[in-house]
Design a protein. Structure first.
Ligand code: JA5
Length: 234
């Protein structure tokens, strides 16, 4: 999979691309990421990427030309097709199904906005998916793009080891994770639940399922289906 990101703040992405899962995915050759600086596609001395809004009003709007020129270069650099994503609170809301759909694309292109927004012709002429990562305001699209990239890339075969494979994750199984403990068995008076020290694997498994369901019922009852409630009884 090839990922291209167009941004006025390349450094906002570099850190996360160089660490942890994203680093390993690139080392294994499962994904290649190219970060493009939008200012490299300006043609004026001051590398201007924004301008005043037609019709007036507060805030600046990102100019269309640098985005169109960047897309010309990106498409020339690699021909693979895939969605052109604009992170925006106006978009469809991202979830684990969205992550799965992105993870199976051969190519992802993210165009990151800043300031008040982007000239509508960028959305009409270049963008194929406008995606929100939730109902809150961010200053720019980079962090939202990073969230979507992380969620998608970790689902690609071979990125996670067998050990922490995505199979058991929350949402993959529609319940939250239960509590986890490691040594020591007692710390500052706080004890690890007895069942986990018992060595009884059947009891441990049943306890963990109960804990997941209890936590999900308390915190995210919207996730709980009748199916999982039935599991508990059996
Ligand atoms: C702001 C110009 O879903 C949360 C999001 C907030 C936000 C996103 S996604 N993009 C932008 C942006 O501001 O491009």
């Amino acid at each position: 999979m090839r990922i291209d990101v167009v941004t006025t703040f390349p450094d906002m992405l570099q850190g996360f691309l160089l660490e942890s899962m994203m680093k390993r995915a690139q080392e294994k050759g499962i994904v290649t990421v190219h970060v493009w600086n939008l200012r490299d596609f300006t043609r004026d001395k001051h590398k201007t990427v924004d301008d005043y809004p037609y019709g007036g009003g507060a805030g600046m709007v990102m100019k269309p030309e640098p985005f169109f020129r960047a897309m010309d270069s990106i498409r020339k650099a690699a021909p693979e097709t895939g969605p052109v994503i604009f992170p925006s609170p106006q978009g469809e809301v991202f979830n684990q199904d969205s992550a799965k759909s992105l993870s199976s694309e051969p190519r992802l292109i993210f165009l990151c906005g800043h300031y008040k927004g982007v000239d509508e012709r960028v959305l009409d002429g270049l963008v194929t998916r406008e995606i929100s990562i939730g109902d809150y305001i961010l200053t720019s699209g980079e962090l939202a793009a990073a969230v979507m990239i992380d969620a998608a890339v970790r689902l690609k075969p071979g990125v996670l080891g067998d050990f922490d494979s995505a199979e058991g994750d929350s949402f993959q199984q529609d319940t939250l994770e239960g509590p986890q403990f490691t040594r020591p068995a007692e710390y500052r008076g706080m004890k690890v639940p007895e069942v986990l020290l018992s060595g009884n694997h059947a009891k441990v498994k049943q306890w963990r399922l109960e804990q997941r369901i209890k936590r999900t019922r308390e915190r995210r009852p919207d996730l709980l289906s009748a199916d999982q409630e039935n599991h508990k009884k059996s």
